[in-house]
Design a protein around this ligand. Structure first.
Ligand code: PLP
Ligand code: TYF
Length: 402
């Protein structure tokens, strides 16, 4: 029956982990997947999460199904975290929202909802480059996928002129525009607050639909509210945005799959209609989401003490990454005199650094030095620590010097 099914390629990001696992060299380093590691290179379970989980377990919750749109209190607290407690549509009760299977599930619900109900052409503009999974998520949901300029390889920074030109003149009115709310994956390059204001104005002028993906709230600056600037600015300007949230990174709940999808609507009556259609989208997809992770996240979000502890831990993760940026820059430039400009290692934001290494160099680094990263030269900064950073810098320096 399946004799004509062709073998597919491995996932460009998760395939790196498979190659890493197969390598037996003790010096090996995995900077492929974007998952936080502590100073010892180990997966990190936040103390606030451990405490919340103990409280959840202690309450001996039953194993009944959650409603179709999930844990209602969790969802309410999740959108409060993103939009801010003073958000006008939040206070007015006009944000439709559902729990989702982490950020990926939120994107998939959002794309499916827009594919069914958005009253304009199903065309989405994604930044070039973007998280690889965005492309099949929107394509498989029935969207035509196009790119807008984002990254300038010459400056290893934002191509803001190209971005503005694409959104002002190339994207037809009513196109959906996907925006990384903070800590752009894979480049680590974010617009400044002033640039966000211009992007908001352009979206208004051109009637573009802002669709935010916020997978790293807290990871960019260390502060969840500072990282929500773009989302909150757009909403305060009256944009009716779509928003995908993930608690994979900022609570370290990767495998628990905790997230939320929300849409700002005109009023509570419209919200109720949208909520009813979200249920109709979700019911045949997976019926209802898992309960455990949402209970943990909600315990943190609803307890002032655990919330404060969590914020400190998010800040700690962000700071350790910034510290690694500083160290890597210093070793590459001062100690090893590596040719080239490496300032971007320090200026880039969030979990990743887009090193500028070429595909051939990434292949050579894996084969010769047992150092793994994605083929686009992206490294997950969180994979670096004081035990492996010198070895890594020497390998990169060697690859650049040739
Ligand atoms: N969006 C972006 C930009 C991401 O980088 C990720 C994860 O790496 C996600 C969404 C979704 O991740 P998850 O489904 O684990 O929440
Ligand atoms: O490193 C990245 O960019 C992500 C990580 O279900 C990831 O692709 C891995 C698994 C998953 C979602 C995101």
């Amino acid at each position: 029956t399946w004799s004509t099914v062709p073998a597919g390629p491995p996932d460009p990001i998760l395939g790196v982990t498979e190659a890493f696992k197969a390598d037996k060299d003790p010096r090996k380093i995995n900077l492929g997947v974007g998952a936080y590691r502590d100073g010892q290179g180990k997966p990190y379970v936040l103390t606030s999460v451990q405490k919340a989980e103990a409280l959840v377990d202690g309450s001996k919750p039953d194993k009944e199904y959650l409603p179709i749109t999930g844990h209602a209190e969790f969802t309410k607290n999740a959108i409060k975290l993103a939009y801010g407690a003073d958000s006008a549509p939040l206070k007015a009760g006009s944000i439709a929202a559902t729990q989702s299977i982490s950020g990926t599930g939120a994107l998939r619900i959002g794309a499916a909802f827009l594919a069914r109900h958005y009253p304009h052409a199903k065309v989405v503009y994604l930044p070039d480059p973007t998280w690889g999974n965005h492309i099949p998520i929107f394509r498989d949901s029935g969207f035509e996928v196009r790119k807008y300029a984002y990254y300038n390889p010459a400056t290893i920074g934002l191509n803001f002129e190209g971005l503005k030109a694409d959104l002002l003149t190339n994207a037809p009115e009513h196109s959906v525009v996907l925006l990384h709310a903070c800590a752009h994956n894979p480049t680590g390059v974010d617009p400044t607050p002033e640039q966000w204001k211009e992007i908001s104005d352009i979206c208004k002028q051109r009637k573009l639909f802002p669709f935010f993906d916020m997978a790293y709230q807290g990871f960019a600056s260390g502060s969840t509210s500072r990282d929500a600037f773009a989302v909150r600015h757009f909403v305060s300007e009256g944009h009716q945005i779509a928003l995908c949230q993930s608690f994979a990174k900022n609570m370290g709940l990767y495998g628990e799959r905790v997230g939320a999808f929300s849409l700002v609507t005109a009023d509570p009556e419209e919200k109720a209609r949208v909520d009813s259609q979200l249920k109709i989208i979700i019911r045949p997809m997976y019926s209802n989401p898992p309960a455990h992770g949402a209970r943990i996240a909600n315990t943190i979000l609803s307890s002032p003490e655990l919330y404060a502890e969590w914020e400190t831990e998010v800040e700690g993760m962000a700071k350790r990454i910034i510290d690694m940026r500083e160290k890597l820059y210093n070793v590459l430039t001062n100690d090893l005199k590596t040719p080239g400009e490496w300032g971007h290692i320090k200026s880039q934001i969030g979990m990743f650094s887009f090193t500028g290494l070429k595909k051939e160099q990434t292949v050579a680094l894996a084969q010769k030095a047992h150092v793994y990263m994605t083929a686009d030269g992206r490294i997950s900064m969180a994979g670096l620590n004081s035990n492996n950073i010198n070895y890594f810098a020497e390998a990169v320096s060697g690859a650049v010097k040739g």
